[in-house]
Design a protein around this ligand. Structure first.
Ligand SMILES: Cc1cc2nc3c(=O)[nH]c(=O)nc-3n(C[C@H](O)[C@H](O)[C@H](O)COP(=O)(O)OP(=O)(O)OC[C@H]3O[C@@H](n4cnc5c(N)ncnc54)[C@H](O)[C@@H]3O)c2cc1C
Length: 347
């Protein structure tokens, strides 16, 4: 494969690529090849390239939900297709198509700036639009699945372009068909159905209190966006300042009987109703109670601000952060009988 940084073929190839700026943990790693694809029509040709056919392919957006524990011995493929376009305006809502390579937060600002409602609780989530459906991003009581009409993708198994409707995506808490089958689809664009009005979602993690602190008693979508931004900036370490991938563990979903037993022994453990009569427990509380908030093993650590966020204090490797994650998983298991699951993709 010929390295080519100014290709007109819809993709750019870099050999022996540095991935440290392609992952928000900012751990060192290299890939044999990096291919950035600007034009979805180039994908069949890309997947016919010798190097792509003969080596493992990792699809990477902005790298804010991955932990690279070593270099990648093959091709890292970055979907970089741009563009935001209103496909159909229905008055009370519009169908909007967004290229996978657009930045999620910029798209949220675009939507609010044009009077669409609903994405305000999802403001400031790092990453690309193409990755949003992968783990069904969510925050402050809202999940992106509520707005996704169709996901456009290239099916690596069949070599065909596919349109996957919302039901077929089988979205769940931090989960989807794409996350369960990570080597199959390259998401090229997402079509959103964005309403022009929608009830505000305020009953979650301090949003109402923040609005009170802002002296707003009759909030609109923009005010909620502002409140969520203030909360996130205060609570979450900024990856531009200290490497991290946001929440490192998923909140465990357990049978009600187990949750009740844990709550009898630990009345302060936060617990919420989940689907099928199960309960969702606070992973942050479990990590904190196991003594890991602010803990540090070399440059791998747990944020002092938020027990769920593993951080790179400077020179940690992905393997060191992974080792710390396992120490936390084992400690929480030994103490509470619950095995936490990582939220980022461990590569
Ligand atoms: C500070 C911080 C805060 C965060 N807060 C939240 C939060 O509140 N809620 C939340 O849900 N997440 C949160 N995250 C996680 C992260 O922002 C999301 O998961 C985001 O969608 C990742 O986007 P990305 O482009 O960086 O994906 P990447 O990290 O590059 O990839 C993530 C996964 O998606 C796959 N993938 C990426 N793009 C494509 C594509 N086009 N086609 C097919 N597969 C693809 C990758 O193979 C990988 O498995 C946070 C992360 C950080 C660093």
């Amino acid at each position: 494969m010929k390295p080519d940084t100014l290709s007109e073929s819809g993709y750019r190839v870099t050999e022996d690529a540095d991935l440290s700026r392609h992952n928000s943990f900012r751990v060192p790693a290299r890939a044999q090849w990096l291919i950035e694809v600007d034009d979805a029509r180039a994908l069949p040709e890309v997947f016919e390239l010798g190097a792509v056919k003969s080596s493992p392919v990792l699809v990477l957006g902005e790298g804010s939900n991955v932990l690279l524990t070593r270099g990648w011995p093959g091709v890292v493929l970055v979907p970089a297709m741009r563009g935001i376009r209103i496909l159909e305006d229905r008055g009370d809502a519009a169908l909007v198509r967004v290229g996978a390579g657009e930045n999620w937060n910029e798209f949220v600002h675009w939507s609010l700036g044009r009077g669409f409602a609903g994405l305000e609780n999802l403001i400031l989530i790092p990453g690309s639009v193409g990755a949003a459906p992968i783990q069904n991003i969510g925050a402050y009581g809202v999940e992106v699945r509520e707005f996704i009409a169709t996901v456009e993708a290239f099916d690596r198994r069949t070599g065909q372009y596919v349109r996957i409707d919302n039901a077929t995506c089988t979205f769940a808490y931090r989960d989807s068909v794409f996350k369960r089958d990570p080597d199959r689809f390259v998401v090229t664009a997402v079509e959103f159905l964005l309403p022009r009005s929608r009830e505000l979602v305020l009953d979650y993690a301090g949003v109402r209190d923040e609005l009170v602190a802002m002296n707003i008693d009759d909030p609109n979508h923009a005010a909620v966006a502002e409140a969520v931004m203030r909360l996130r900036l205060r609570k979450l370490p900024n990856p531009a300042q200290i490497g991290n991938a946001g929440s490192f563990f998923k909140n465990p979903v357990v049978p009600a009987a187990l949750a009740d037993a844990l709550l009898r022994a630990n009345p302060a453990l936060p617990c919420w109703p989940a689907t099928d009569g199960n309960r969702k427990l606070s992973a942050a509380w479990l990590v904190d109670a196991a003594g890991f908030k602010g803990a540090r093993e070399g440059d791998a650590g747990v944020s002092e601000r938020h027990a769920l966020v593993l951080v790179n204090h400077g020179n940690a490797t992905g393997a060191q952060i992974h080792a710390l994650a396992h120490h936390i998983i084992d400690a929480v298991d030994a103490r509470y009988g619950i095995r936490l699951e990582p939220e980022p993709r461990i590569v």
